[in-house]
Design a protein around this ligand. Structure first.
Ligand code: GMT
Length: 372
């Protein structure tokens, strides 16, 4: 099949999933066309079966806001016509499903039918999409997609609760390509961040309010009073400074390392002993799954789809949002001796294997078949 994929090309989970899906589909013989404003960060190689089409939005003095949706839908029309695309798969409803619908309508005028699948990722529903500024347009574009998928059962229920949805929503979970993990670093350079006798605790996100960065710092603060450890924070975002100030206030600034945005997450996970994800909302928690695939147990909140990914007592532990005391207690339990830590490391990997790409990509392929 010839598939056009629209996504955000940044470090966010929805863009990562869309990119990994495109790569996996290309390996299975499909021709993939990414249509977005920048080459996706995880898309390292272009080839005969993976193409990238850049959406350009020229500046014009009249525009206070550049009309990205217009440029995207026009680009989609051209890509579909030129490459004889069979179907469109948009990731993150805003504004992709809306632009996809417009492209569909324009192509229809020319007698071209372009089926569209919309995958809901989380904040497009629970945070941004539910705002009255966007809600009618999001509701409309979900109802006008040929197939709608969500990345967890919890997100499906949230969507049905928040919007007036007249369509069936299929749950297709996020995935990880276990066979393609980079696990055999000769030297993952652990010594550059921690001493031999310290545990390494990691958090990876875009450091936004929803990730509850202060809880990350607080949980770490409590753990390090009992277990010699260090906190590595990967990613960048608006809450970085606040979190750094909080670490300073607690007197642990020298034990917390902010690494910023990184393409080396796998190398960092290779020496991590524990992953923290205390989010207020999390439709799935791809960052947690990536940690688990690298045998890193997860201490998370029980928000949204996290209980579908992080299995309490096996791959880590779940606590109520904001219950830093319970999170710290569970972290200490996991880190206190090597035997327990290794048991959780294996548990994390076992659960991650159930989300392997091979179990998931075929679900998308079946839905594509149904759609065309
Ligand atoms: O939350 C983020 O950091 C980014 C956001 C995105 O849209 O890229 O992530 C959402 O989609 C991911 C991929 O499906 C999920 O793993 C995240 O849980 C989800 N984030 C939220 O629901 C807050």
């Amino acid at each position: 099949m010839k598939i056009a994929i629209v996504c955000y090309p940044t470090f966010g989970g929805s863009g990562v999933v869309a990119t990994e899906l495109g790569i996996a589909l290309s390996k299975r013989g499909h021709e993939i066309h990414f249509v977005t404003y920048k080459q996706p960060v995880r898309l390292e190689y272009l080839s005969q079966s993976i193409h990238y089409h850049e959406v350009l939005v020229p500046e014009y003095p009249l525009f206070h806001y550049q009309p990205y949706e217009l440029a995207l839908s026009s680009k989609l029309v051209r890509v579909v016509q030129k490459h004889k695309i069979d179907l469109l798969h948009v990731h993150y409803a805003i504004p992709h499903a809306y632009a996809g619908y417009m492209a569909q309508q324009m192509l229809k005028e020319e007698g071209i039918h372009l089926p569209m699948m919309t995958t809901l990722h989380g904040t497009d529903i629970t945070l941004v999409g539910s705002h009255s500024f966007y809600k009618p347009a999001v509701n409309f574009s979900i109802n006008n997609s040929d197939i709608v998928t969500s990345v967890s059962q919890s997100l499906k229920l949230d969507t049905l609760k928040i919007f007036d949805i007249k369509k069936q929503i299929e749950v297709v979970p996020n995935f990880i390509d276990i066979s393609n993990l980079n696990e055999s670093f000769e030297d993952c350079k652990r010594h550059m961040v921690a001493d031999e006798d310290e545990r390494v605790i990691t958090h990876v996100s875009n450091l936004r309010e929803v990730k509850r960065l202060e809880d990350v710092i607080d949980v770490f603060y409590r753990i390090q009073t009992e277990i010699k450890s260090r906190l590595i924070i990967v990613g960048d975002g608006p809450d970085r400074e606040k979190a750094s100030n909080f670490a300073k206030k607690l007197g642990i600034k020298d034990k917390v390392l902010f690494l910023g945005k990184s393409n080396e997450v796998e190398r960092i996970l290779c020496y991590s002993d524990l992953f923290l994800l205390p989010s207020a909302k999390e439709s799935f928690g791809l960052a947690a799954l990536e940690a688990m695939a690298h045998r890193v147990p997860v201490i998370s909140s029980n928000a949204g789809g996290l209980p579908e990914v992080n299995i309490d007592g096996v791959s880590g532990y779940l606590s109520d949002v904001g219950d830093v005391e319970s999170m710290a207690k569970n972290g200490i339990k996991i880190l206190s001796d090597d035997r327990t830590l290794n048991k959780f490391k294996e548990g994390a990997r076992k659960i991650a294997e159930t989300f392997d790409v091979d179990h998931v990509v075929c679900q998308y392929e079946k839905l594509y078949q149904k759609m065309i």
